[in-house]
Ligand binder design. Structure first.
Ligand code: FAD
Length: 529
């Protein structure tokens, strides 16, 4: 029987949608099957309470690739960014505070309150990161070279990479340290003020079950400085209408080119016939056939849950089983009757302190202590909180004068210790703790909370299909990056089964709202076709 489709994409995460849009743009007949009732995966806006529209999972954007925005004409499909200035605000227990952002004069003034030396060093630090970013960024939209392959195409790619690395000159050592090292020693070398180092270091632990003193966190820090907002580099912004507006725009671009997208359509099994992908079976028993199947799911979901072990090489399966999904991120979404009035920057209503990410973390020892609890299977006594209130800049998200807030918090271990109590009890205690901590800095906060939703790692797994609740579809440590993501020998979006591909954050260049995984996967699929 001839299939109606050239390719089936499992999952309408933003990467699955990007892959589908590029395949459709190349004239392929594509069907996207999404388990949830809406498209976007971790890039969604949901009306969690009447009138309050929340970016349920991801909440800020900078990494999404500008070439995809242009190619798919996403602005015409409703995608718009709202830059944030200032982009960060750190209230401190001693009543001081630190605002930073794209406004260089403001940042210099603010950092100088703590250290004039740091205020002068910061632009040089950022320039160093930018030079390294200029080396790494082009690799994001390229298929990683395979160091074990002698094919001429691959050797050319390796040579190009080596040449680019050579171009780093004196920055080469810093680049290697950023790729492999811990964030703390780098920050300690550059700066003296704890307020600045703490604010910067919280970006080094986002989504990682680690502290900034641990190797691998420098890359997470760096991952957060790549990207741009409306052409301004290193700036994070809000998507107007919430993150879901980006997914809706990609979906509209894909549909315009003929892709079909079905929601409430969970895939139960990937069909393999004669060693080739042949289609999928849905949870309702329907079978849809296609010569190419593209999975937006992480590696364990794809290979261990949707496939028969007999269809995969045992050694490959064994490696998939040992992939690292450690995570301790917990997202708390809140509806607020008014903006938090911070003691250190008093005033009613919305001010610059509400525009960007509000860092609740007094110093780096606080991060280590928060981690220590989770290391033994308990929720942090004092969680690290990065809060954003996008309704300060976007009037489409909440009733007038009221607000939505995202709290990205750490650490809430996926595996709770037996003595820790039930998941539900821990979720409630953890959320109450986060509300108490925010109230310490903004006394009106607790009474402003109209409702909250807690997404523990277990909830992130059950809601979005993220194994272990890992927000990046797998740890972003050096041993899981580039030609080793998801596994050595399989970083080119292909799998041991002909016609079966991965296109999600499980692949190079990894997690984050980049679209690069889907973009690269589509290129490889089209090359095979
Ligand atoms: C809480 C949280 C906060 C984050 N914050 C940010 C942020 O602010 N900025 C940023 O850049 N990144 C952030 N990230 C990371 C980023 O959102 C993800 O790495 C990225 O969105 C992953 O996209 P994806 O398309 O690869 O996969 P996913 O978004 O994981 O999409 C996979 C899709 O597959 C679907 N699916 C699963 N199983 C099936 C099945 N059997 N059949 C059919 N469909 C199925 C899922 O429902 C989902 O829609 C955050 C992630 C989380 C969870």
């Amino acid at each position: 029987m001839k299939s109606r489709y050239d390719a089936i994409v499992i999952g309408a995460g933003h990467n699955g949608l990007v892959a589908a849009a590029y395949l459709a743009r190349a004239g392929r007949k594509v069907l996207v099957l999404e388990r949830r009732p809406l498209v976007g995966g971790c890039v969604v806006t949901e009306e969690t309470w009447p009138g309050f529209r929340v970016s349920t999972a991801s909440y800020v954007n900078s990494l999404f690739r500008p070439e995809i925005i242009r190619d798919l004409d996403l602005a015409r499909h409703g995608f718009a960014m709202i830059p944030r200035s200032p982009s960060s605000f750190t209230p401190l227990p001693d009543g001081r505070s630190l605002l930073m952002g794209p406004d260089k004069a403001l940042t210099h003034r603010e950092v100088a309150k703590f250290s004039t030396r740091d205020a002068d060093s910061l632009p040089r630090f950022e320039a160093m990161l930018e030079r390294i970013a200029a080396f790494i960024e082009p690799t994001l939209v390229e298929t990683p070279p395979d160091p074990w392959s002698w094919s001429p195409r691959n050797l050319t790619r390796l040579a190009k990479l080596a040449w680019q690395f050579r171009g780093l000159g004196a920055d080469a050592r810093a680049a290697v340290e950023i790729l492999t090292g811990a964030a703390n020693p780098i920050l300690d070398r550059w700066f003296e003020s704890e307020a600045l180092k703490t604010t910067l270091s919280t970006d080094a632990i986002i989504g990682a079950f680690a502290t900034p003193s641990m190797p691998g966190t420098a890359y997470v820090l760096f991952h957060h400085v790549m990207g741009e907002c409306d052409g301004v580099r290193g700036v994070w912004g809000y998507v107007r209408g919430g993150m879901g507006a980006l997914s809706e725009a990609i979906a509209a671009a894909a549909r315009e080119r003929g892709a079909e997208i079905e929601v409430n359509a969970a895939v139960a099994r990937i069909l393999v016939e004669g060693g080739r992908a042949a289609g999928v079976v849905l949870a309702n028993g329907d079978e849809v056939r296609a010569p190419r199947v593209v999975s937006n799911l992480d590696a364990q979901q794809t290979f261990l849950r949707l496939m028969d072990a007999a269809d995969l090489p045992p050694a490959f399966l064994e490696s998939v089983t040992h992939l690292d999904y450690a995570s301790a991120s917990c997202k708390i979404n809140l509806a607020l009757s008014e903006a938090p009035a911070f003691t250190c920057l008093p005033g009613r209503g919305v001010g610059p302190q509400h525009h960007g990410t509000i860092h609740i973390c007094p110093d780096r020892t606080y991060i280590e202590r928060a981690y220590d609890c989770a290391k033994y299977g308990f929720i942090s006594e004092h969680p690290v909180i990065e809060a954003t209130m996008p309704s300060a800049l976007d009037d489409t998200l909440a009733p007038r004068g009221q607000h939505v807030m995202s709290m990205f918090t750490q650490y809430f271990p996926y595996q709770l210790a037996a003595a820790a109590g039930t998941l539900e009890d821990n979720k409630r205690r953890y959320a109450e703790r986060c509300i108490d901590i925010m109230t310490d800095y903004a006394p009106n906060f607790r009474r402003s909370v109209l409702g909250y939703q807690v997404l523990s790692p277990a909830d992130l797994e059950s809601t979005f299909g993220l194994t272990g609740g890992n927000i990046m579809q797998g740890t972003m440590s050096l041993s899981s990056l580039s030609f080793m993501r998801p596994l050595p020998g399989y970083a080119d979006y292909r799998t041991p089964v002909a016609g079966l591909y991965l296109c999600g954050a499980a692949t190079h260049p990894g997690g984050g709202v980049m679209g690069a995984c889907g973009y690269n996967a589509a290129r490889e699929i089209l090359a095979d076709a």
